[in-house]
Design a protein around this ligand. Sequence first.
Ligand code: NAD
Length: 470
Amino acid sequence: MTTSSSSFDLVVIGGGPGGYVAAIRAAQLGMNTACVEKSPSLGGTCLNVGCIPSKALLETSHLYHTVAHGLDTHGIKAGSPSLDVAQMLARKDRIVGELTRGVGVLFKKNKVTHLPGAARLVKPGEVEVTAADGGKTIVGAKRILIATGSEPTPLPFAPFDGERIVGSTEALSFSQVPRHLIVIGAGVIGLELGSVWLRLGAKVTVVEMLPSLLAGVDAGMARLAQRAFTKQGFTFHLGAKVEKVEKTAQGVVVRGTGAKGETLELEGDRVLVAVGRRPYTAGLGAQEAGVALDPRGRIVVDENFQTNLPGVFAVGDVIAGPMLAHKAMEEGVAAVERMAGHASRVNYEAIPSVVYTHPEIAWVGRGEETLKAAGVAYKAGSYPFMANGRAKTMESTEGQVKVLADAQTDRLLGVLVMGPGASELIAEAVVAMEFEGSAEDLALACHAHPTLSEAMKEAALGVAGRAVHA
Ligand code: NAD
């Protein structure tokens, strides 16, 4: 039975980073706001099966690896550690639970109405919500914001079975360390989750169709990263084509062709398919309602994040652009602020990317190849963590900072960091780029000594050929 419920100024569909942040900001702006979420817990992919749980496992596995291999040099004799996988997963689940419940608390605090259920866009101004018990409610909405996110893309010849051919969600919850994990795709997920299980003792083999890992990242950084990961024990087959994934009594066999045309046959116990994500619009009824999609299934929006249907908006992974939680959050805020008449915008030039491996890899702006392809004349300065005092005391000297600046104006065009604390260090570069700063601005700012951030200052000094400690 369908019942009619109240009407809202804004109904947000999806309670992930794009949706929940938009809902809170809209409520702050005085809109009577509801957020529809079909999963029992708020927070979307990021909080439930993405950013947060993966970081929890990366932290545990890094500690485990450090205890097993990195303490002798400090003079600490800890013996060989043993791993309680169930406890590791329970800790991860506790963190996820705390954060997802936190979103509910924020909703209450900001008077956002949480509508549990699956939303379907009936037409502009109207959303149907199907609750877990099948009951349907029609909700009125002056405006509708779609923030339904994305889902892992399956390979046509290797559909996910949740057991042996898995996506990132299942790879966050293996009940034991795989003997041999085969990863298809050397992107962010493949490298992060590959790192987790490698550090815990799995053999990890990554098959990637492109000639380098982390497609689109500055090639110099990608080469450094490949060297670091290979040293850690990753096996890479780059430029390789996977043609078949077979399940056997024991596990899986991945067959394909290597970069030199050789036959590739890998036996493992599980395959993680990490070949990208695709916009998630299943059951949303967007197309049926007339919302225009691009050829990749992403919802097309204008500068107000409005679709071709008046009063229907979209943000986050379901529209074009990098599939990143923080990009979705920025868009969610900008979209509702624009609804409220503000001139908000998202600066897509200054969205940081981070790979939470060890060392971490982070960047903002453009890399060298992108600048060359665009015919932009630039100057580069780089600085290795090997020469940074703090990094030495941390026994974490792999990697470097690279600063790219306009050859004429010195304006920052891109900053890339591979090294300890890269995920935090990149924030300084993001702020500098938001302020349209120059390499000299970074270089002249006083950085505390001894800190990792001095590598940023030295790389920026290097743009003008005046690094001191190089
Ligand atoms: P990705 O796009 O980062 O990498 C996918 C990789 O798979 C690419 O290198 C691609 O060339 C390769 N590939 C595609 N088809 C293949 C095939 N048939 N055989 C072999 N290789 C193939 O995608 P992902 O790692 O799955 O991540 C999905 C999305 O989630 C990304 O947009 C990513 O930004 C986001 N994400 C971000 C973070 C983070 O910010 N730390 C973490 C996880 C996921």
